[in-house]
Design a protein around this ligand. Structure first.
Ligand SMILES: NC(=O)c1ccc[n+]([C@@H]2O[C@H](COP(=O)([O-])OP(=O)(O)OC[C@H]3O[C@@H](n4cnc5c(N)ncnc54)[C@H](O)[C@@H]3O)[C@@H](O)[C@H]2O)c1
Ligand SMILES: N[C@@H](CCO)C(=O)O
Ligand code: NA
Length: 433
């Protein structure tokens, strides 16, 4: 059997997991790949005493991997933008294939990287970057190749889902975030998880590869979970909904909705049942209907599973000298459609609203009149006995689907009423029927 040589850059959570699984399952993997996949070099800022690294060269300089003429595949697991981009472009320039788990890099610099890789005839594979161990890029680019895909939505950040799940059980945000960091789930900068930036990176990649459009991360709408209160989580539950942090991409005739935000989903929907570090991605194709992909979204060996699946794909091509490639974004570059991301005001959604009203006669009628003027229908309304004993009563409303522009105007008018205290809390809601 032929040898295919792999160099790993970055020996942290994912690098360590990749090393361990490739070593432990070498025979199984060789049987599937039809070649021996050998780690012949590792580079990282620090070595790891807990790994049995063996006799191959280890260095602290990642460019030692790129410059090693014997290496066929460079595995980028350092994370971040600048050094990773330099590394990947240098590998491509040397005619080496690249496997990465770095969704930030692909979402922000992917158009440029893929163009360079196409010219050089090398693969840049990124399955581990999207929904961790779930083979969702494989599903979207290959398994669903027959379909026109119009909706991709799901829970695509493990850390955020872990936090929301634990908050539902009454735990405190900061404490749970620290736990997710200790478990190796969180990004180097955990605001990427909590503020939805990481989910927006992944959604950008999913939308591009599912819809066949260029990567447009800078136009994604991103709202995090740091403003979600236990009060709204429990009141959503009373209404039969669960608060989840979702990425939602919709292809419409006039453009693409690309948005990450906390979302109410019916408790009965499969997505509502996805807890902890697990992720789930729902894909709606015109031929197949709705399919859902579920599994661990982060963690060392779960993510390594996806890294190695990409290594196997590339190794098969290297070992058989094949020039056949799956296009980077599922579609040939010349077939990508010039469809741009819609402004958030054009997005359509249902809404959960929490309004702190003073207990004045007629206040409910005024709220209803404002909503009605903007064509917003009420699905249900709940007026709570004041828990604050200060004359304010929370009014909770669930609306039908409406354009965000209309909702913005209605909220502005409600907040201007003397009968209403402070800001109206708004959380979007989706049914995915
Ligand atoms: N942790 C997860 O569950 C997970 C899941 C999917 C994708 N990812 C992605 O995988 C990548 C790695 O994440 P991680 O959690 O393993 O991070 P990590 O911080 O645990 O590991 C990164 C490693 O790279 C090394 N490194 C960083 N920059 C370097 C440089 N310039 N030169 C040499 N070494 C350098 C660090 O010393 C560290 O050992 C990131 O892009 C991340 O977004 C992580
Ligand atoms: N920080 C990311 C890692 C997986 O991409 C998450 O929690 O989902
Ligand atoms: Na994946």
């Amino acid at each position: 059997m032929k040898d295919v040589n792999v160099g790993i850059c970055g020996l942290g959570t994912v690098g360590g997991g990749t090393f361990n699984v490739l070593t432990r399952n070498a025979a199984i993997i060789a049987g599937r790949a039809g070649c021996n996949i050998r780690i012949t070099r590792v580079a990282s800022r620090h070595s790891r005493d807990d790994l049995e690294l063996g006799s191959f060269p280890f260095s602290t300089d990642i460019f030692d991997v790129v410059n090693d003429p014997d290496i066929d595949i460079v595995v980028e697991l350092i994370g971040g933008y600048d050094a990773a981009k330099e590394l990947v472009l240098a590998a491509i320039a040397q005619g080496k294939h690249v496997v990465t788990a770095n969704k930030a890099l692909i979402a922000v610099h992917g158009n440029e990287i893929f163009e360079a890789a196409e010219k050089a005839g090398v693969v840049v594979a990124y399955e581990a970057g999207v929904a961790g161990g779930i083979p969702v890029i494989k599903a979207v680019r290959e398994g669903l190749a027959a379909n026109r895909i119009d909706t991709i939505a799901g829970i695509i950040n493990g850390t955020g889902n872990y936090i929301l799940t634990e908050m539902r059980a009454g735990r405190e945000f900061g404490e749970v975030l620290k736990e997710a960091q200790a478990l190796g789930y969180a990004e180097a900068d955990p605001t990427f998880d909590v503020e939805g930036i990481d989910a927006a990176h992944k959604l950008t990649i999913l939308a591009a590869s599912g819809f066949g459009v260029p990567l447009q991360f800078e136009k994604a709408y991103t709202e995090g979970i740091s403003g979600i209160t236990p009060y709204d989580i429990s009141h959503a539950e009373l209404l039969g909904y669960r608060v989840k942090h979702l990425g939602i991409a919709r292809r419409r005739d006039d453009g693409i909705e690309l948005r990450v935000h906390p979302t109410l989903v019916p408790q009965s929907h499969l997505i509502a049942q996805v807890d902890g570090v697990l992720n789930a991605v729902l894909v709606d194709g015109d031929a197949v209907g709705q399919t859902m992909y579920y599994g661990p979204g982060a963690g060392d060996e779960a993510t390594a599973s996806a890294v190695i699946a990409d290594i196997v794909d590339v190794a098969r091509a290297v070992a058989s000298n094949s020039q056949q490639r799956v296009p980077y974004l599922g579609f040939r570059p010349e077939a990508l459609e010039d469809l741009s991301v819609l402004p958030m005001e054009d997005v359509q959604s249902a809404y959960y609203l929490r309004i702190q009203a003073f207990d004045h006669p007629g206040v409910l009628a005024k709220i209803a009149a404002i909503l009605s003027e903007h064509g917003i229908n009420i699905e249900s309304i709940m007026q709570k006995e004041s828990e604050f004993k200060d004359g304010r009563i929370p009014v909770i409303i669930l609306t039908h689907t409406v354009q965000e522009r209309q909702m913005n105007l209605a909220i502005e008018e409600m907040e201007a009423l003397a009968d209403i205290d402070g800001k109206v809390v708004r959380i979007r809601a989706e049914n995915f029927n």
